[in-house]
Design a protein around this ligand. Structure first.
Ligand SMILES: Cc1cc2nc3c(=O)[nH]c(=O)nc-3n(C[C@H](O)[C@H](O)[C@H](O)COP(=O)(O)OP(=O)(O)OC[C@H]3O[C@@H](n4cnc5c(N)ncnc54)[C@H](O)[C@@H]3O)c2cc1C
Ligand SMILES: NC(=O)c1ccc[n+]([C@@H]2O[C@H](COP(=O)([O-])OP(=O)(O)OC[C@H]3O[C@@H](n4cnc5c(N)ncnc54)[C@H](OP(=O)(O)O)[C@@H]3O)[C@@H](O)[C@H]2O)c1
Length: 356
């Protein structure tokens, strides 16, 4: 009867500053795909050969990335990161992870549970660089989560550098204005100090430099246009009314969206469930006017795949991959599973005879 598009937001947003194209500078999507073993990401091999790294952003993705870079290899070995990622993390020279936040400590978008976790990492010191803003007292935010974040950050502001092997530095009121380096590789990030006036972030012209061999911008995502559907370039979404795709305000019959492609790249999995309920509600309201569905039988679908030379991955195939990942976790020891990385290796595991 209809098509519901749930394609998410797969493009990394750019900072739009000079030097962003240097080797060692990545968007969070590409970087997260690397450590998650996403099948499309095997070409990225981040350079973790310098003690300093910069992560830009004050959302949970910035925290996720800071945590992966700061955790020791023994801790990372208990996760499902693929073997080649663990090997890179074992060789990592990273010691100082600088999280750069453009506004003040009262404005961060972290969720308190995620922020708390970076304070609980083994052998990692968390250091706050706030130019004394917290000690001077900031206006208490109304938002409950921002209030909890502020309490944690205020407590950490008194932390002195200790003896931990690695440090996460939280720098407030700073924006990167330039990435610099020799031979096409990033070596430094030039930061400008900011002021926030009437909610606007304003550069003061005062600059400082941080050494970094890797820079990851975790400043949000954008959706990709879907052929045949309208697209809102500014917000990176498909224009819609509660999930009904609209072109110039008029519904496009039979087309619906849900998730990040519907509302933009914010919110957790639970948020998408509410979103999906709304979209399906609209679809059901429209059902009587939608074209009648014709359901080809399963064999006909597979014959069609064969005609086009497409070899689909079935549920049983996926179970084989699942079993292989669990087996690799046992081989590594202490990990529930280990991701099989690379499309070819995933398909080989799918087509192995473990389950069928
Ligand atoms: C790094 C990171 C960590 C996160 N961690 C958490 C967390 O711990 N807990 C939590 O609740 N939320 C977390 N979130 C948020 C959560 O991932 C999102 O809310 C959720 O994934 C959005 O769901 P979606 O279905 O809109 O998009 P997605 O989950 O991105 O799914 C979209 C899918 O569509 C596919 N696709 C795209 N284009 C096409 C196409 N043309 N044809 C076919 N398929 C296509 C993509 O490959 C993808 O599989 C995290 C987000 C990020 C970025
Ligand atoms: N464990 C989890 O539950 C989990 C994990 C990961 C992600 N998520 C969710 O997934 C969603 C996406 O996360 P996210 O971290 O990508 O997005 P986010 O929460 O929207 O954070 C993006 C951050 O980027 C900053 N930013 C944007 N443009 C910038 C620029 N030009 N310069 C400097 N900073 C800039 C924003 O700053 P301003 O605040 O100043 O605008 C903001 O702090 C969120 O809803 C998040 O909660 C959840």
């Amino acid at each position: 009867h209809a098509v519901v598009h749930a394609t998410g937001s797969s493009l990394d947003r750019d900072l739009g500053i000079p030097g962003e194209e240097l080797a060692g500078s990545h968007g969070s999507g590409a970087f997260v795909s690397w450590y998650c073993g996403h099948p499309d990401a095997t070409l990225l091999e981040p350079l973790l050969d310098s003690p300093g790294v910069v992560v830009v952003g004050a959302g949970n993705v910035a925290l996720d990335i800071a945590r992966v870079l700061a955790r020791g290899p023994a801790e990372m070995a208990t996760t499902d990161v693929p073997e080649h990622v663990l090997a890179t993390l074992r060789r990592s020279a990273v010691r100082d992870v600088h999280v750069v936040v453009r506004r003040g400590p009262q404005h961060v978008r972290f969720t308190p549970a995620e922020l708390r976790q970076i304070g609980e990492l083994d052998d990692v010191d968390v250091l706050v660089h706030d130019d004394g803003v917290l000690a001077a007292g900031v206006e208490e935010p109304e938002d409950r989560r921002q209030k909890q974040n502020l309490e944690m950050l205020t407590a950490w502001a008194g932390n002195e550098p200790g003896t931990a092997s690695r440090r996460i530095h939280l720098h407030f009121l700073r924006s990167p204005v330039r990435l610099e380096g020799a031979d096409g590789r990033v070596e430094h990030v030039v930061l400008e100090r900011n002021e926030v006036r009437d909610g606007k972030v304003l550069g003061t012209g005062e600059q400082e430099t941080v050494d970094a061999g890797l820079v990851v911008r975790a400043i949000g995502y954008s959706g990709e246009p879907i052929p045949g559907l309208p697209f809102d370039d500014e917000n990176g979404i498909v224009p819609n009314d509660g999930g009904r795709v609209v072109r110039d305000g008029v519904p496009v019959p039979g087309s619906y969206v849900t998730g990040w492609i519907k509302r933009g790249p914010t919110g957790v999995i639970g948020t998408n469930k509410h979103d999906a309920v709304e979209t399906v509600g609209k679809l059901l309201e429209d059902l009587a006017d939608l074209p009648e569905a014709r359901y080809p039988d399963r064999d006909a679908i597979f014959e069609r795949f064969a005609e086009y030379g497409v070899e689909p991955v079935t549920w049983d195939d996926w179970l084989n991959l699942d079993a292989e990942e669990i087996r690799l976790g046992e081989v590594r020891g202490g990990a529930e599973r280990v991701k099989v990385a690379g499309l070819d290796a995933m398909l080989d595991a799918c087509r192995s005879a473990a389950v069928r």
